[in-house]
Design a binder for this molecule. Structure first.
Ligand SMILES: [Zn+2]
Length: 699
């Protein structure tokens, strides 16, 4: 059997030395081979992706048509060792789409999208392959394999089963039809949201700028100019424009207009209205999971998540809900005191405005002052320091030119184990915004860890969009951005710490994978980081204690609003997918659900159903929006474990358990089990309540 696996290795990783297509060439150079980012050409992409997909399909065909009876080694393991060429090509593809996008590349992306979908469904729908997987799975239910092999087998089987691989011919063809219809509906849904974002612009005149910060005024003048309305100021119908406008504008009528535009996206009773599309989507999703024998979409989706059932997810949300709306009542009362002077009763378009007034009064926190102590380079050092204390990692910069990069801004570090000197991998950092780079911050890997066919080192990257300073100037960032910087570094550490045997076990469980990165955020405000790294960029003085105290105090500010608007959307997402879609009228469902929840009238859901893109412009976050707070329960509970331990956030014993149970296993272990091993018990909701400044629950 082993012989067969070895022949498969040789075939699948047979290096295509002779190709002059960079995307297909095996990686060479130092550190076990690195991507040749400096040589990649957009015109190579199409050929490379097609050829790599075709080779992978050939490998899969060979596994499916193996004459020998199916075994874990000749099927599951063989699948694990297939597709390396495509994986390498995708490392380049990912960089071209996220870091260095161009119109030429986007045209290719559009062309390839249906081909990727086709390639994936060819694998999933391969009947012979699924028969082999299913027979191994069946045997293993009676006679389980070693724990991580069993997990890999179950995960693989479930992935195929959940995608309709086990259906008979008729059902399979209906399944495919439904998927096609759904993908068209998802596109229409996002097109409609985009239409309403682009077409409901509020133009301000010079005398309507009251209260607005200077940078907002500047950028809205530019946006108006770009839209051919020179001399005016444009408030675009997106969150990044709406949120600051509602926070600062003194023009109440305009606040109302901007608020209404934003929260009516997809709900304007015109050809761009999304309500009937949502009904269709819910019906088709329901029909599809019924073909597979599930009660509803939520039950199908959550079975291999940490929550496991919709009931568990719902229970968490409903436990937190009463405290969140209670806190809203307190926040509204605080704000009303100030609003009384303006003879105003707080309406939804007043919430952010008066919350800001309360914030200034209560917390007196000047975010510009905080920035002076947050230099990007020092924060990078701080993250490396934390990784050194918790993971025993040593980060050393690699000289420019030794490892190819896709942009001169990208810096690379080597990561080693401090204790043994063992090489772990490379860390790429691409910090600055530029045209063609997607917004926001993210982490990714170019090569992930596995050791079943030789130990692989990890190539991980962090990507942000800080504004590039003039040469010699420091990059000063906000507290929020510093938190995100730590968050994304948490994802990178999760990649580096992996000790899984098989590549698939690096994959994430959606309501669990944000936990590790959320947790790492907590180290930003530890004394060790504050004292050593948060120093004034000119004087080198450490950040004053009273400023730190203000930052910490402000952490629970406005949590009633933030938690309630989020929970309302998360509850709606679950309830919509747990109900019989035949009976759902979107408008009344939303209204009645909010009524039964006693939703406070002073604020809306964070995402109203007609523009809830997480859930309806695709499937990634359908019945998964609860996952953010699910992970946050773990985060708060684990953070308390550190706070209470003898060595605090740098307690060596607890740090060892953190690495061993929460980071290293990735998906090779059930997250519920892993957490229990770390904490000695399940996570409790109380810690999250305390972190958000809520009253204790009666749960
Ligand atoms: Zn994240």
């Amino acid at each position: 059997m082993l012989g067969l696996v070895i022949t498969l290795f040789i075939r699948c990783d047979q290096p295509n030395e002779n190709t002059d297509n960079t995307l297909l060439r095996p990686w060479s150079g130092p550190f076990e081979g690195v991507p040749a980012f400096d040589q990649v050409k957009v015109e190579d992409v199409e050929e490379a992706m097609r050829s790599a997909m075709a080779s992978h399909l050939e490998e899969i065909e060979a596994i499916a048509n193996d004459k020998a009876p199916s075994t874990f080694d000749n099927t599951i393991l063989a699948m694990e060792s297939s597709g390396y060429e495509l994986e390498r090509a995708f490392a380049y593809y990912g960089v071209l789409s996220r870091n260095e996008s161009t119109p030429e590349f986007r045209a290719i992306q559009k062309k390839l999208a249906p081909e990727f979908a086709d390639y994936r469904s060819k694998i999933i729908q391969n009947e012979k392959l699924f028969k082999r997987i299913a027979s191994i799975y069946k045997k293993a239910t009676k006679d389980p394999l070693e724990a991580d092999r069993q997990r890999l087998l179950e995960w693989t089987y479930q992935t195929y089963e959940m995608s309709g691989a086990g259906l008979d011919k008729d059902k399979k063809s209906r399944y495919a039809e439904i998927n096609k219809e759904l993908s068209e509906l998802y596109t229409s849904f996002s097109d409609n949201v985009l239409h309403d974002e682009e077409n409901y612009i509020t133009y301000l005149t010079e005398d309507q700028l009251g209260g607005l910060p200077e940078d907002f005024v500047k950028s809205s003048a530019q946006m108006a100019k770009d839209k051919g309305e020179d001399g005016k100021y444009a408030v675009i119908n997106t969150r990044s424009s709406m949120d600051p406008f509602l926070t600062f504008s003194t023009e109440r009528n305009l606040r109302k207009q901007v608020w209404e535009n934003y929260y009516s996206r997809g709900d304007n009773e015109d050809e761009y209205d999304n309500k009937s599309i949502i009904s269709e989507i819910l019906k088709l999703r329901h029909e599809r999971v019924q073909l597979l024998g599930y009660e509803n979409f939520a039950a199908w989706r959550l079975q291999n998540r940490m929550a496991k059932t919709p009931k568990n997810a719902l229970h968490l949300l409903e436990t937190i809900w009463p405290s969140a709306i209670e806190r809203v009542a307190e926040e509204v009362a605080d704000m009303q005191l100030i609003a009384n002077q303006d003879q105003i009763t707080i309406a939804p378009w007043d919430y952010r405005f008066y919350a800001e007034k309360v914030r200034q009064k209560k917390y007196d926190l000047d975010s510009d002052e905080v920035k002076q102590y947050l230099q990007l380079d020092r924060l990078t050092d701080a993250m490396h320091y934390v990784a050194g204390r918790l993971f025993f990692y040593d980060f050393s910069p690699i000289e420019v030119g030794k490892v190819p990069v896709f942009n001169e801004d990208v810096k690379v570090w080597e990561v080693k184990d401090k204790r043994t000197g063992k090489h772990i991998g490379l860390w790429y950092l691409d910090p600055f915004a530029r045209p063609g780079k997607r917004s926001g911050a993210w982490a990714t890997t170019y090569r992930s860890y596995s050791n079943f066919d030789g130990e692989k080192n990890v190539l991980a990257s962090n990507n942000s969009n800080f504004v590039k300073p003039a040469p010699g100037e420091p990059v000063l960032i906000s507290w929020d951005d510093a938190t995100t910087f730590f968050h994304e570094f948490g994802h990178a550490l999760h990649f580096f710490a992996s000790n899984v045997r098989y590549p698939t076990l690096n994959s994430g469980v959606r309501d669990y994978t944000e936990f590790q990165s959320q947790l790492l955020e907590r180290w930003l405000s530890t004394d060790e980081v504050i004292d050593q790294f948060l120093v004034h960029h000119q004087t080198g003085e450490p950040i004053p204690d009273d400023l730190v105290a203000k930052i910490k105090n402000a952490a629970t500010f406005n949590q009633g609003f933030a938690t309630t608007e989020y929970l309302a959307s998360a509850l709606m997402d679950l309830k919509l997918h747990m109900s019989d879609p035949k009976e759902i009228d979107i408008e009344s469902f939303e209204r009645e659900t909010l009524k039964s929840l006693k939703m406070p009238k002073e604020l809306p859901m964070r995402h109203r159903t007609p523009h809830f893109s997480h859930v309806f412009s695709g499937e990634g976050y359908a019945t998964a929006y609860y996952g953010y707070i699910w992970a946050d329960v773990l985060t708060a509970d684990a953070a308390e474990a550190f706070a209470e331990s003898p060595g605090g956030f740098y307690d060596e014993q607890l740090a060892n358990r953190l690495v061993e149970y929460l980071f290293a296993p990735r998906n090779s272990m059930d997250p519920v089990e892993a957490y229990r091993l770390f904490r000695g018990r399940d996570a409790q909701i109380d810690a999250l309540m305390r972190a958000r400044g809520f009253a204790k629950t009666n749960d």
